[in-house]
Ligand binder design. Structure first.
Ligand SMILES: [Zn+2]
Ligand SMILES: [Zn+2]
Length: 189
């Protein structure tokens, strides 16, 4: 069941929305269905084409991700060791050398988050806790209820001072928060 603007309930362990290697779908999504494969980048193996070794959510399982998009280098420019690749409706692919992984053909199906899977889980837990505590619509610095927020991720601030104080940490996680909030409001089918 999807969350809302005022309720955050995203579960990264949901194997329908975020399948691990043991549950990755082998058939494409039906109408209204969707999922994201979450993978932490462990090694850059690019030789011309961007290719990465990644670790699955199910720890200790290493697969490949290769970019076969129109502008592979541009599309993979944010991918670094330690970042997390999210592939919408990703399905397993066997490469010519026999290795398993994901072949990315559509750049719009990929989100690269500038944090590890562990950090992603920590941020997700923190959002759930703020939601459980009834603080999702409050200033992240001082918990005063407010309407204004970060234009991108909707993180709320009661004042310029609170926003300024939070900015250094916030700019590093803004994209992560934006993505998690969008997923929270998604009906995964
Ligand atoms: Zn405040
Ligand atoms: Zn933001």
């Amino acid at each position: 069941m999807p969350g809302s603007r005022s309720r955050y309930s995203l579960d990264l362990d949901d194997i329908i929305a975020f399948p691990d290697i043991a549950h990755v779908p082998v058939f494409g999504p039906k109408d209204g269905e969707s999922w994201y494969i979450l993978l932490e980048v462990t090694q850059n193996m690019s030789l011309g084409r961007p290719v990465f070794q990644v670790e699955d959510k199910l720890k200790g399982n290493f697969w490949m991700v290769a970019f076969y998009t129109d502008n592979p280098r541009e599309d993979a420019k944010d991918v670094e060791v330690g970042s997390t690749i999210c592939i919408r409706d990703g399905m397993p692919h066997q490469f010519l050398d026999g290795r398993m992984g994901y072949r990315i053909e559509d750049a719009s199906s990929v989100i690269v988050l500038p944090c590890s899977m562990a950090i992603l889980r920590t941020i997700n837990q923190a959002l759930r806790k703020r939601s459980d505590d009834g603080l999702l619509l409050c200033c992240v610095m001082c918990n005063k209820p407010v309407k204004r927020g970060c234009i991108s991720c909707k993180t709320r601030y009661c004042s310029k001072e609170c926003q300024k104080e939070n900015w250094k940490t916030h700019k590093q996680v803004c994209k992560v928060l934006k993505t998690l909030h969008e997923w929270n409001r998604t009906d995964w089918g």
